[in-house]
Design a protein around this ligand. Structure first.
Ligand code: ZN
Ligand code: ZN
Length: 274
C-alpha cells in the first residue's frame, strides 16, 4: 500500500535540526512511498517574530534538486515540499503575507495550525495561568482561524493542546470533546464546505496519549458531517520519528469507515485507498 507521512520538520524549523537527506532515508527505511516536509512558518510569533520563520527561497534552492532526484529514482520515497502555517485570529496583515508567500512558491501542501492563543504558546505554563477555560479559548480561536483563513489545505493537529495540559489542570483524563462540540463542529463544517482537509496527527501516540489528534470522536463527527478529506502526518522533528504510527492510523481510519486518505501534490489532493 501507498503510505505517506505528510507532516514533518527539518532544520528549516527552529525546533528541529533534522538533515533533509536523513529524513528521506528514514522515510525509505520506514517503507513510505512519499514524504512531505512542512516546516514552521509562524509569522510574528509573540516574543520573537523570527523564531518560527524560514527563508523560503533557501528552502526551495536546497530542496528542489532533492525532490527532482526522488522523482527520477523510483526506489526513493517521493519528496513533497510543504509548509506549516501558524494561523492567528484577527490578523488580516499576516494573512496577506502568507498569501503572498504561497503565491510566490510552488508548495505541494499547506498545513494550517494554531500555535498561539491570546498571544501565548500553550506549550508554556503561562498560557494555563491565564484566567478562564483555556481549552475553550483554544477551540474558539481554531474556529475563528479556520473561518478567516481559506488558503491552507489541511487543518493541523486539531486537539493537540491537550498534550500540554499541566498536571495542576489534570483534565487529560476528563477531556471530552462534548464540552467543546459546538465549536469543533463549526470548525469541521467550515473545512468541509470549503473542501479543506482534516489532519490526523500521530504525535499524540508518541507523547503518551492513547489516541492521535484529533480524537476518534472528532473523526467520527467529521465523517457524519460528510467529511472525506483526511491527511496523515507524524509531526516528526527527527529522522527517528519519520513515519511513526502512520500505518496504525491509516488502519484506524479504515476501522472508522473511511475509504481514502489524501496526499497533496501541487496543492491538489491525490486520494489513496485505505
Ligand atoms: Zn504544529
Ligand atoms: Zn508540525
Amino acid at each position: 500500500m501507498f503510505f505517506a507521512d505528510t507532516h514533518t520538520h527539518t532544520k528549516f524549523s527552529s525546533d528541529s535540526e533534522a538533515n533533509p537527506l536523513k529524513m528521506l532515508a528514514a522515510a525509505k527505511a520506514a517503507g513510505l512511498s512519499a514524504l512531505c516536509f512542512t516546516d514552521h512558518m509562524d509569522l510574528d510569533f509573540p516574543g520573537d517574530d523570527t523564531l518560527f520563520v524560514f527563508d523560503t527561497k533557501e528552502y526551495f534552492k536546497e530542496l528542489l534538486p532533492l525532490k527532482a532526484q526522488t522523482s527520477a529514482d523510483k526506489s526513493m520515497p517521493e519528496l513533497l515540499l510543504g509548509i506549516e502555517l501558524g494561523l492567528r485570529p484577527g490578523r488580516p496583515d499576516l494573512r496577506e503575507q502568507m498569501d503572498a508567500l504561497l503565491s510566490a512558491h510552488s508548495f505541494d501542501f499547506v498545513i494550517g495550525s494554531t500555535h498561539v492563543v491570546d498571544e501565548l504558546d500553550p506549550y508554556y505554563q503561562e498560557y494555563w495561568d491565564l484566567p478562564g477555560d483555556r481549552l475553550l479559548r483554544y477551540f474558539e480561536d481554531i474556529r475563528t482561524n479556520v473561518a478567516e483563513h481559506a488558503n491552507f489545505d489541511s487543518l493541523g493537529h486539531l486537539d493537540y493542546i491537550i498534550r500540554y495540559l499541566p498536571d495542576s489542570v489534570s483534565l487529560v483524563k476528563d477531556y471530552t470533546v462534548r464540552d467543546y462540540a459546538d465549536l469543533i463542529e463549526e470548525t469541521l463544517r467550515t473545512l468541509i464546505s470549503r473542501g479543506q482537509a482534516l489532519e490526523i496527527n500521530t504525535a499524540g501516540l508518541r507523547k503518551g496519549l492513547s489516541f492521535p489528534h484529533p480524537k476518534e470522536e472528532i473523526l467520527l463527527r467529521y465523517k457524519e458531517l460528510g467529511g472525506e478529506l483526511l491527511t496523515l502526518g507524524s509531526d516528526a522533528h527527527t529522522p527517528a520519528d519519520v513515519g511513526a504510527d502512520i500505518i496504525r492510523c491509516a488502519g484506524l481510519l479504515k476501522d472508522l469507515g473511511f475509504q481514502y486518505y489524501a496526499v497533496y501534490k501541487e496543492r491538489k489532493p491525490m486520494m489513496v485507498k485505505l
